[in-house]
Structures are given as C-alpha cells and as structure tokens.
Design a protein around this ligand. Structure first.
Ligand SMILES: C[S@@+](CC[C@H](N)C(=O)[O-])C[C@H]1O[C@@H](n2cnc3c(N)ncnc32)[C@H](O)[C@@H]1O
Length: 244
C-alpha cells in the first residue's frame, strides 16, 4: 500500500486543504482565477450534502485530517473518522483534543510559512472520535450508522469493491451515504485489474443500486495547494444515496 499519506509534505498540504482560510490558500496580491476560489472548502461542501436534520451517528471513511468529520458533527451526535494514515489520525486527534495545530505551508524550495490549523468553531469536539483503520477491512463490530461519508477515497484503495460490498451493512435502513470520487485511478494505488469496468459511474451504480436509492449527483471542484505557484484543481463526482 502506498505510504505518501504518512509524509510531512502531505500532512501540511491536507491541513491547508481542510483548515486553511481562503487567504491561507490564495493569499492576497495575486489575481487568482475565479475557478480556484470556487474550489475552496471542499471538505465542508461534501459534508453539507447530508440532510440538515439531526442524526445519531456518522462515519467518515478516509477522513484524512478530519475536517468533514467535524462538519458532520454539526448535526450528528457522534461521528467516527477512520483513516489508514497514522500521521493524519494523530493530527486530527490533536485538533479534537486541543483545538489547534501548527504546521508549515511550502512556498518554494526550502521556503516555508508557519500557519495554524483550528478545529471549526461552533462544533462540540467531544462528538468526534478518530481511529486508525482500513476502509477495506473494517471491524465486524463497527456497528450501523445514520450517515456514511467517503470523499475521494475509492480511487486510493487497492480493492475498492471491498468497500462497496461493505457499505450496505454500515447503514441503517433510511440512512444516508455520500460518496465522492474524482475518478483518478492510478496503478500506484489501485492495480489496473481492479479499475472500474466499463467506467466509474456504471460500476458504482451497478454495485450500489440493489441496496441504495440514488437521490442526487453533483460535481464539486477541489483545490490542493502544493506550492505558491502549483496547485491541483480536480473535479469530484459526488453521489448521495439512501439505504433501502
Ligand atoms: C485523497 S485523500 C481524501 C481525504 C479526504 N476524505 C478529503 O476528501 O480530503 C484519501 C485518504 O484516504 C486515506 N486512505 C487510503 N487508503 C485507505 C484505507 N485503506 N482505509 C482508510 N483510509 C485510507 C488516505 O490516508 C487519505 O487520507
């Protein structure tokens, strides 16, 4: 399994991606194209796909450093965030316990800017737990949830079908599932023999339709800043399902 999510580089990029203010990501003084502004706050937008009413329990798979997990806790009384990266889970837990975490934003070469990530305001952090785990091999006793969120995780798994097969047993009848994927299938993460056939949309629909009703789909852009002048702009296909 690829270990890039344990590196300091990815940790800094994801803390900025999830918790950076708009000016942390796109500092004043540059005429950033409008599409870059539109791609901010992805981890907040995917969590907002869920209904606004209160729910008992939520699960955020591939939670990284935890922003969507915190956002789900605005309406869920308990949310578990699970990620395979020990480094990300440690950072998310520090944010839960202390509310903040310092890190560095890479500008270029060896030039860095110190920044701080803050857990979002207005959320009871005691509602959130972070755990190290494998989304393809979740504990049998994990339980059932009212809401499950997995953003940009599927195409980072060696065996994504294992997660799709497990999803029905993670949700109560009537529970809501939000899956987002930019469909960036890469052999370094997923062997080509495991890539969707004939395409991601058909594969997801065929895998989930027996147990889930598709409520909505949307396109959500996201922006990951690597340096002051290098960004990844991607488009995630977000699907919202209800457990039958
Ligand atoms: C592309 S990132 C997306 C993170 C976050 N959901 C977001 O939308 O910003 C993929 C995440 O999946 C995690 N991941 C990769 N393989 C995993 C696995 N087998 N089980 C759980 N998490 C995994 C990585 O550590 C990383 O945090």
């Amino acid at each position: 399994m690829v270990r890039i999510y344990e590196t300091d580089k990815l940790l800094s990029e994801y803390l900025l991606f999830h918790y950076g203010t708009h000016k942390d990501v796109l500092p004043d003084g540059t005429a950033w194209p409008a599409g870059m502004h539109d791609a901010l706050d992805f981890a907040v937008r995917t969590a907002r796909v869920f209904p606004g009413d209160d729910a008992a329990s939520g699960l955020d798979l591939g939670c990284a450093v935890g922003r969507s997990t915190f956002e789900m806790a605005r309406s869920c009384r308990h949310v578990v965030g699970i990620d395979f990266s020990e480094t990300f889970i440690q950072a998310a837990t520090t944010l839960r316990d202390g509310g903040s975490l310092t890190y560095h934003r890479l500008e270029e070469a060896a030039v860095h800017t110190p920044l701080a990530a803050f857990a979002p305001a207005g959320i009871d952090r005691g509602r959130v737990d972070f755990r190290h785990g494998d989304a393809m091999d979740l504990p049998a006793d994990l339980g059932l949830f009212d809401r499950v969120h997995a953003a940009n995780l599927l195409c980072r798994l060696p065996h994504p079908q294992r997660l799709l097969d497990r999803l029905p047993s993670l949700l109560w009848p009537g529970g809501h599932l939000v899956l987002a994927t930019p469909c960036t299938w890469l052999a370094g993460f997923t062997p080509p023999s495991e890539w969707p056939v004939p395409d991601t949309r058909t594969w997801l629909t065929q895998s989930l339709s027996a147990s889930f009703e598709l409520l909505d789909t949307r396109e959500e852009p996201f922006l990951i800043r690597e340096t002051a002048r290098k960004f990844q702009w991607s488009l995630s296909w977000v699907t919202h399902w209800r457990r039958r």
